[in-house]
Design a protein around this ligand. Structure first.
Ligand SMILES: [Zn+2]
Length: 226
């Protein structure tokens, strides 16, 4: 891993401010309340006092996306709510995205991409100075380039890890992890619809996620029941 947590956070904070300026925050009180409730329950289960949690609902029904920036800034686009359907579905997405951030998967992707493009020395300079190329790669690595349509999926290993941690987080937060299956099934069906959900391009369904989640459920359920 060539991107340090501090560098990752600095880029994350920059991205956070840009997104807040660029996107329209939802004024829907019911939906905002739901996001705060679910978000904080998952955040408390994550036990990361070093994260500075914040949950923002973006008003954009055309974009089905959600992500967590390094350091705990979570964005959910209203377009994904038709797939999450309820609190537990939302907990599935937030648990999964927070898991990616906790495991620093974006930094892994960013390291690989910048390394391939620039080599190590130039890469360190690009990150330190927050150059345009570093910011572009950051957006790409963290799934922020949703509207641009040039996203690289996470690796299967990263997805499996995020599913695993995410299921445990949602279970610890009091949400039935079995409901995760429904969300992923609804999302994969959305693929055939006229507009493909952005979330799908960072979350490939070309392998058997559902089967793997079923295998992870007994462990996650222990946290839910106890
Ligand atoms: Zn993922």
């Amino acid at each position: 891993m060539l991107v340090s947590p501090e560098q990752e956070r600095a880029l994350g904070l920059n991205a956070y401010e840009n997104i807040l300026q660029k996107e329209k925050a939802s004024q829907d009180q019911v939906l905002n309340q739901m996001l705060q409730t679910v978000g904080w329950r998952i955040a408390n289960a994550a036990r990361r006092p070093d994260f500075d949690w914040e949950f923002t609902l973006v008003e954009n029904d055309k974009v089905a996306n959600a992500f967590c920036l390094p350091g705990g800034k979570v964005f959910v686009y209203t377009g994904i709510l038709k797939y999450t359907e309820d609190e537990t579905g939302l907990a599935t997405v937030i648990g999964h995205e927070i898991a990616h951030a906790m495991a620093r998967h974006g930094a892994e992707r960013m390291s690989l991409t910048l390394l391939a493009q620039l080599g190590e020395t130039a890469m360190q300079t690009a990150i330190r100075t927050q150059s345009a190329s570093a910011i572009r790669v950051f957006d790409y690595a963290y799934g922020l380039a949703a509207n641009v349509g040039v996203m690289l999926p996470y690796s299967r290993t990263q997805e499996y890890e995020a599913d695993h941690i995410g299921l445990i987080l949602m279970a610890k937060a009091g949400y039935d992890p079995r409901a995760a299956l429904g969300f992923w099934e609804r999302l994969s069906k959305g693929k055939s619809a006229s507009s493909s959900p952005a979330f799908l391009s960072t979350h490939p369904t070309d392998y058997d996620r559902i089967a793997k989640i079923k295998n992870l459920l007994p462990e996650a359920l222990e946290y839910y029941i106890n």
